[in-house]
Design a protein around this ligand. Structure first.
Ligand SMILES: [Zn+2]
Length: 437
């Protein structure tokens, strides 16, 4: 057996957040054997007689006295094929090959891991690229975050993301696409329940009919796969609820004429049914922040100035809508949608911070990006909390993010399956501080 599979390590942080729901604790230690968390308990008990290290002759000790240890972050919503530099999905469809997209995915999962995200859920990639990515990470060919892949998102003919390769119409069409994806070991199913930014689609109307959605979810659940539904309008959210989806992405309460009207009954139903909602709050902020940085260096065009003003005016209402979901008792999960728009990989924390700005307590935001995203994806038996028997996917950050959620960005160390990840990739921090688009 290779040494990494048998080596023992004890990690002693100043503060431990196990993400099981309790308060942070000091004076704790986590003992890792190979790729697995072996033991969690009081620091002095680790080496004491009868403790997990008492009979070990050699083990490594890692002390982080001024830092917090928490589970590695799990980003429930990413697009690894995408550059996050403002190019649209349609442009990437026209200009790039699958080879280029796959190489970009490989780079993106490296950026994600270095930033503290130990698992990315790819919610829509071209053709077979997400499956190839997952295999390459699993085999060690590509260093990066674990990958949970939906593969091609299922969409109606000409619907949102049609160019990724899974158009389906009618009950039998939908059923066959789900079965094909499961044949390729999709970890979950992504469906475009409404249109989106794709020009041939309509974001303000449901795309699939209710019977099509019901068949899709039935077929996925029959094989133990959760379903994530992209919903940019109220009609799509209602169809998704009727079908029993597990996750609603975006969750915009828009009417068919594009006006926003918060639907309290539907929000209550989302809460009652325990559907996980991913509000994608930070995506608009990345665009706003890019324009602000540009304004610091040069004059904005009149069009850019107007765009910036709109984005600035939208931020408050977006947070208030999310606050209304929280008030209704809806369970939120963290998902950045990074790769899309102007949101590059490497700052999933931005979404968790935005969720805290919308009203989640910092600890609740942390849990939304660890334990709860694992539960939504059906993998909470393996990852998402710091508990014996789980994968040693761990993040060390300076300070205490349960008091100041922005501390999540102060990454000191990342471990995936017990192996310490290489430090931040050069260029990563420029995404946050300006310069890079
Ligand atoms: Zn998305």
């Amino acid at each position: 057996m290779p040494e990494s599979q048998t080596a023992w390590t004890v990690i002693r942080p100043g503060n431990l957040i196990d993400a099981k729901g309790g308060p942070p604790a000091s004076g704790q230690a986590v003992v890792v054997q190979g790729s697995t968390i072996h033991w969690v308990g009081a620091s002095e008990a680790a080496e004491a007689p009868g403790g997990p290290l008492s009979s070990r002759t050699s083990y490594q000790t890692l002390d982080f006295p001024d830092a917090t240890l928490l589970p590695g972050l799990i980003d429930a919503h990413t697009h690894t094929n995408m550059p996050g530099d403002g190019r649209s999905g349609e442009a990437v469809n026209l200009d790039d090959t699958d080879d280029t997209r796959l190489l970009r995915s490989a780079r993106n999962v490296g950026l994600a891991l270095a930033s503290g995200v130990t698992t990315v859920c790819d919610c829509g990639a071209w053709h077979d690229t997400a499956f190839s990515l997952r295999q390459s990470v699993e085999s060690g060919l590509v260093p990066g975050s674990r990958v949970l892949a939906s593969g091609r998102p299922i969409t109606v003919t000409g619907g949102h993301l049609w160019y990724m390769g899974a158009e389906a119409d009618g009950i039998e069409g939908v059923r066959s696409q789900v079965r094909q994806l499961i044949k390729q070991r999709a970890n979950f199913i992504k469906v475009a329940a409404s249109g989106g930014s794709t020009s041939t689609s309509d974001p303000f109307r449901p795309s699939f009919t209710e019977p099509e959605m019901i068949t899709l979810v039935e077929e996925a659940h029959n094989r133990g796969r959760p379903v994530a539904a992209h919903c940019r309008c109220t009609g799509a959210i209602k169809n998704a609820l009727a079908a029993g989806v597990d996750m609603v992405l975006h969750c915009f309460f828009c009417e068919s004429d594009g006006t926003y009207r918060f639907d309290h009954d539907t929000a209550r139903r989302l809460a009652d049914d325990g559907v996980w909602v991913n509000p994608t709050l930070h995506l608009g902020r990345t665009r706003r922040d890019l324009l602000r940085r540009k304004r610091d260096i040069e004059e904005l065009t009149a069009e850019e100035q107007t765009r910036l003003e709109t984005l600035e005016a939208n931020d408050g209402p977006r947070l208030e809508r999310c606050a209304s979901l929280i008030d209704a008792g809806v369970r939120l999960i963290g998902g950045s949608d990074c790769g899309w728009g102007t949101y590059p990989f490497g700052d999933f924390q931005g979404e968790l911070i935005a969720m805290a700005d919308a009203g989640l307590a910092p600890m609740a935001a942390i849990i939304a990006g660890t334990r709860d995203s694992a539960s939504a994806m059906g993998v909470s038996d393996r990852i998402g909390t710091i508990e014996p028997g789980k994968e040693a996917d761990l993040l060390v950050v300076e300070g205490d993010p349960s008091r100041n959620v922005e501390d999540l960005r102060k990454v000191q160390a990342v471990f995936r399956a017990g192996v310490k990840a290489p430090g931040p990739v050069p260029g990563f921090h420029t995404n946050l501080s300006g310069g890079h688009t």
